[in-house]
Design a protein around this ligand. Structure first.
Ligand code: ATP
Ligand code: MG
Length: 454
């Protein structure tokens, strides 16, 4: 909102202000009837009947009806208004009048019009058409004109939910004594080695975009911070082009000291519960638009072991060699028995990264867990190895060069407490809670194999 006020006006205490908007459409009530005010937004629809025209004006709270009468508005202003292209931006000053034929119960009788931004025609993407069935088929077209796509309330709803989830996450971590940190995204060493890295040229040196804050958040456990979390970008040059993978995603990471994997799982399940509670409190209208109902899950969340999963797969004619990660086909079978949130625990040590801590009694198994929703993985975590000798030998076993990891293993040489943590993909969580079929829906400007613009 802006206004101009000259010195002279100031002296005479007369404000010659130009207010672009007094109220949002949803803020207008009976109390405003028969008084003048200014509204502003995008031209959603125009119906011109010659001497009278109806303009649907959309703002972030909804849509209201502006009625323009040629005789009262004057031919020139009437033409200015009715010639406007759809999606142009206007500010309209008018009289609020009760009108029972309009769903909101009122209309604004236009007195003055200011055009703030004209839209070209035709639009690359229809906005007034809110058909949810179009979500999938036109995703590429929608993403090309994301700013228009985001004018649709059922699309905005996704990002309102995302924002609530982030609020809940921050509330939750603060409530449980975590401090928020930021770690570097340009790094010299890959977290887990592998091919999923984007190389960057860092002056004379080769470097990478970080795939996870894993090593840095673990170093923080040697500082005395005890409980840290980070919300930041992670970059992965994924081989596969799927509906669950992005090449840039937002990673929610936590690490806690003097703790084991069960402590980390507890923080996670309470966080999921809080997210759902806060969404139900704040976003009932958005849930309606998305056609989603969210039940607050009972805690503790269900837990199954890797061996139990293998048994279940075997009962369903899928025999998996012990030690292998569970393929998508297997996850779909698991989802039939466990459709909601469930942890998978007690993973084979060989299937998890070098920093997952093996059980002392049976080192073939480690203290790692995944949290899934149906067939979709949302979190991986573990109690970590905190003994530097074991860490070095694990690195060698996984074919990694311990020298490249010295900046990390050093932190384990001078007093490192036992610790545990996890990483959760924000977009995966949003995708699950909005019940959307493609993770690209849950990020404003997705980066995938084919998409680098906009
Ligand atoms: P997946 O098996 O689903 O590819 P991952 O096991 O390789 O995931 P982790 O390294 O465990 O992924 O990362 C922790 C979390 O980060 C995952 O559980 C997931 O929620 C999220 N995540 C990982 N890779 C991606 C990606 N490419 N796009 C979106 N989210 C991701
Ligand atoms: Mg994982």
């Amino acid at each position: 909102m802006w206004f101009t006020m000259t010195e002279m006006d100031n002296d005479t205490k007369q404000k010659t202000s130009l207010t672009l908007r007094d109220k949002y459409s949803a803020e207008i009530s009976k109390e405003d009837f028969n008084s003048e005010l200014t509204v502003a937004g995008w031209v959603h629809e125009i119906r011109n009947l010659g001497g009278i025209a109806f303009i649907l004006l959309r703002d972030r709270t909804g849509i209201l009806q502006v009625t323009a009468i040629k005789k009262e508005l004057g031919a020139e202003t009437y033409k200015l208004l009715t010639d406007l292209t759809k999606e142009s931006v206007v500010s309209i000053h008018g009289l609020v009048q009760p009108n029972e034929k309009v769903s909101s119960g009122f209309e604004i009788l236009a007195i003055a019009v200011e055009v703030l931004g004209r839209a070209k025609a035709p639009l690359p993407l229809g906005v007034s058409d809110e058909d949810k069935a179009e979500l999938d088929t036109k995703l590429d077209t929608r993403l090309d004109s994301r700013f228009l796509d985001l004018r649709k309330p059922n699309i905005t709803a996704i990002f309102k939910l995302r924002s609530t989830i982030l609020s809940a996450i921050r509330q939750h971590f603060e409530g449980e004594g975590f401090i928020e940190i930021q770690t570097p995204k340009i790094v010299a060493t890959a977290t887990e080695g592998g091919t999923e890295l984007f190389p960057v040229q860092y002056f004379e040196k080769p470097a990478f975009l970080n795939q996870s804050p894993q090593l840095y958040k673990q170093i923080m456990m040697a500082t005395g911070f005890d409980r840290v979390y980070e919300i930041g970008p992670a970059f992965r040059a994924e081989d596969h082009d799927t509906v669950r993978h992005l090449n840039e995603f937002t990673s929610i990471d936590m690490e806690m000291a003097f703790a084991d994997e069960l402590d980390a799982m507890g923080v996670l399940e309470r966080l999921i519960r809080r997210c759902i509670k806060l969404i139900n409190e704040r976003n009932s209208k958005d849930l309606e638009l998305l056609n989603v109902k969210l039940d607050v899950p009972e805690l503790p969340l269900k837990r199954v072991t890797y061996d139990q999963v293998l048994e279940l797969l075997k009962d369903n004619d899928l025999e998996l060699p012990w030690g292998e990660d569970i393929p998508m086909e297997g996850m779909h079978i698991v989802a039939k028995t466990h459709p909601g949130f469930h942890f998978i625990t007690h993973w084979p040590t060989e299937s998890k990264p070098f920093y997952a801590l093996p059980y002392e009694v049976n080192p073939k198994l480690c203290r790692a867990f995944d949290l899934n929703y149906g067939a979709k993985e949302i979190t991986s975590g573990a109690q970590r190895v905190h003994n530097p000798e074991l860490l070095r030998s694990n690195l060698i076993d996984k074919g990694l060069n311990p020298e490249a990891f010295e900046f990390y293993t050093n932190a384990f040489e001078f007093g490192m407490p036992p610790h545990a943590g996890w990483g959760l993909g924000l977009e995966r969580l949003v995708m699950i809670l909005t019940d959307l079929p493609n993770v690209r829906e849950c990020v404003l400007f997705p980066r995938d194999r084919k998409r680098l613009v906009p």
